[in-house]
Design a protein. Structure first.
Length: 245
């Protein structure tokens, strides 16, 4: 029997990419999956696929920048399945641009989704996990949490923040609640679709020629979750073998 069997796992940003593949994989291993994203039709399609394969899944439309919506999906998971094992804070945006382009609305969107969204996930789940005496947060960052590149300064800043938040959480509640940072290298996703700066868009198109499939990151998330009690996988960095930086 899979170590993931019967675990109750909330996944944000589940309508595509890493979130979608993580939902499919964990459901196939017997977990009860609760998925959220802004694109409701995409969620419905994913739910149909998972249920057709015998998986256990619930869904709710979710904007992680809205704390009430984040609390609602977490409470729905707890109410439906009686517990909350894991929150995968995966939702993110990446509209890259040079700082001098002054795309302030895009900066604010990254801060709201990439940082505030993770904090909202923690705020929604932590009281439940503390009350039940167990739980795990898996926060998806990026190799941008370790290095900065041109056009990515603000994006990297948000991922550095996720790294700091995850480590701080681990130190504060690590005796009973696990905290894992997953930092993908270049990975197939729709994140680059939000780039409006033409120069950054072309750079990203070249960069993504060696991209990992999102399923590779899903397997890493599953690995961190399925470890036995008392084992806390703190940080995972997953790059394509040919990605040197």
């Amino acid at each position: 029997m899979s170590a993931l069997n019967e675990k109750v796992i909330v996944i944000t940003g589940a309508s595509s990419g890493i979130g979608e593949q993580t939902a499919r994989l964990l459901a196939s291993k017997g977990a009860h999956i609760v998925i959220g994203a802004r694109r409701l039709e995409r969620l419905k399609t994913l739910v149909s696929d998972i249920r057709a394969e015998g998986g256990s899944v619930e869904y709710q439309q979710l904007d992680v920048t809205d704390l009430d919506q984040m609390k609602a999906i977490v409470l729905m998971a707890q109410s439906r399945f009686g517990r909350l094992d894991v929150i995968v804070n995966n939702a993110g945006v990446m509209p890259l641009s040079p700082i001098e382009a002054l795309k302030i609305d895009e900066w604010n969107r990254m801060i709201d989704v990439n940082i505030r969204g993770v904090l909202h996930g923690i705020a929604a789940g932590l009281p439940i996990m503390k009350a039940q005496g167990f739980g795990q947060f898996v926060n998806v960052a990026s190799i941008g949490a370790y290095e900065v590149s041109p056009t990515a300064a603000v994006y990297c800043a948000t991922k550095y923040a996720v790294r700091a938040i995850t480590e701080g959480l681990r130190q504060e509640v690590g005796s009973t609640i696990r905290a894992t940072l997953v930092s993908p290298g270049v990975t197939e996703s729709e994140l680059a679709d939000s780039i409006t700066d033409e120069g950054a868009k072309q750079l990203m198109k070249e960069y993504r020629r060696i991209a990992l499939p999102a399923s590779a990151i899903a397997r890493s998330i599953a690995y961190a979750i399925e470890q036995p009690e008392g084992v806390d996988v703190n940080e995972l960095v997953i790059r394509p073998a040919s990605q040197l930086v």
